[in-house]
Design a protein around this ligand. Structure first.
Ligand SMILES: NC(=O)c1ccc[n+]([C@@H]2O[C@H](COP(=O)([O-])OP(=O)(O)OC[C@H]3O[C@@H](n4cnc5c(N)ncnc54)[C@H](O)[C@@H]3O)[C@@H](O)[C@H]2O)c1
Length: 355
């Protein structure tokens, strides 16, 4: 294998990883030079957020437990106002991508430092990418100010994540690494992280499926999620992420299951155009044959959803999705061909093993 030419810029990241790492929270707030943290969560994770506020004691400015999917601009504005009224000088986001996303929206306007405590494997915490939804349209952007300054990964906080969401969230993370392996702006460092991230997640998820409370398996998954998230933050994504964005936005589909269902098909689509990426995916999964097929087998063995049909997508929607996916050109290792994309979506609709 000949190393290709590349440019590499590392993003700053302070990561505290470990079982019980949450105990270092106060010290980490001090390390940021902050004194009062606004704790963010979804309504479903309010209890966890209250616990964080208790741990912080006088370092807590309060709890804002209104994070929802896709960061509506109204929620972001309210959170910014609350942060200001309470005199918060940093925010602690405990939860998945939706809560981290709210933290990013606050940071975008105010420059407040964010400390993220991820409890899913979605991976927003390592990226400078933000999303905001206004009048039903989600716009995304990139700004280094939104990148969390510190991330605490504590596997103990993920044991409450339901098994089904753990599995789809883990497949969502694998998708970042898989596409990172053939990124146009890829580099050998990110490829190393991607391969190891896929390996750690696949191993961890298989053990989780047997024993959802296994803390060592949870630690492996969270470690894998960190690596995959780092890849997402450093290199560009392609067909898979574009299709999931299209499907999620147009048909209001759940984020992690959509990624899980589409991934084997998107990777199969690109397999011949990106043979080295396919080899690395296979090596990480300890499989042979086709990388798309191996990802499909992994999803099935984990009992993950494999059909768009089950998410409520209709066959007529597939034509619409194809049109949207082709509307704005973007880079992909294999050219985007209408008929082949329609075929890919049909396979994902039916849950066929990619050829
Ligand atoms: N900007 C980025 O770089 C980036 C990266 C990845 C994802 N995202 C965004 O993140 C969102 C998806 O994030 P997600 O998949 O983490 O879902 P999510 O944050 O919406 O969480 C899903 C549900 O699970 C709950 N939950 C999370 N952790 C839990 C735990 N440990 N125990 C019990 N319940 C728990 C949440 O409270 C929520 O109700 C999407 O909007 C996506 O666009 C953004």
């Amino acid at each position: 294998m000949a190393i290709k030419d590349f440019t590499y810029t590392g993003l700053p990241a302070r990561v505290i990883f470990g079982r019980g790492a949450l105990r270092q929270l106060e010290a980490e707030i001090d390390h940021l030079g902050s004194r009062r943290a606004l704790v963010l969560s979804t309504p479903e994770q309010r209890d966890q957020a209250e616990r964080i506020a208790d741990i912080l004691g006088p370092r807590s400015a309060g709890v804002f437990a209104k994070a929802v999917m896709h960061v509506p601009i109204e929620t972001a504005r309210e959170a910014r106002e609350v942060a200001q009224q309470l005199g918060a000088d940093c925010a602690v986001a405990i939860g998945g991508g939706s809560t981290t996303g709210l933290g990013k929206a606050i940071a975008l306007e105010s420059g407040l430092p964010i400390l993220a405590i991820p409890t899913t494997y979605a991976g927003s915490e390592m990226t400078p990418v933000y999303g905001l939804t206004e009048n039903g349209i989600k716009r995304t952007g990139k700004d280094i100010r939104v990148l969390p300054k510190t991330v605490i990964y504590d596997p103990e906080l993920t044991t409450t994540l339901p098994l089904e969401l753990s599995i789809t969230s883990g497949m969502n993370a694998i998708a970042h690494a898989a596409e990172g392996l053939y990124a146009q702006d890829g580099n050998p460092v990110m490829s190393l992280l991607a391969e190891e991230g896929i390996r750690a997640l696949a191993e961890g998820l298989k053990r989780l499926a047997q024993a959802p409370a296994d803390l060592d398996a949870r630690a492996d998954c969270l470690y894998g999620a960190w690596l995959c998230s780092t890849v997402l933050g450093n290199v560009g994504m392609a067909l898979h992420h574009k299709l999931c964005h299209t499907l999620g936005g147009s048909f209001n589909l759940p984020h992690a299951p959509t990624h899980t269902i589409v991934l084997p098909h998107a990777i199969a689509y690109n397999e011949q155009a990106a043979p080295e990426a396919a080899q690395r995916i296979l090596r990480a999964l300890g499989a042979s044959g086709s990388a798309g097929g191996a990802l499909h087998d992994l999803a099935r063995s984990l009992g993950a959803p494999t059909t768009l049909k089950a998410l409520g997508v209709s066959e007529a929607d597939l034509d619409k999705a194809t049109g949207i996916a082709l509307a704005n050109p973007y880079w992909n290792p294999r050219p985007i061909e209408r008929e082949a994309i329609r075929g890919l979506l049909q396979n994902a609709f039916e849950g066929n093993r990619p050829a």
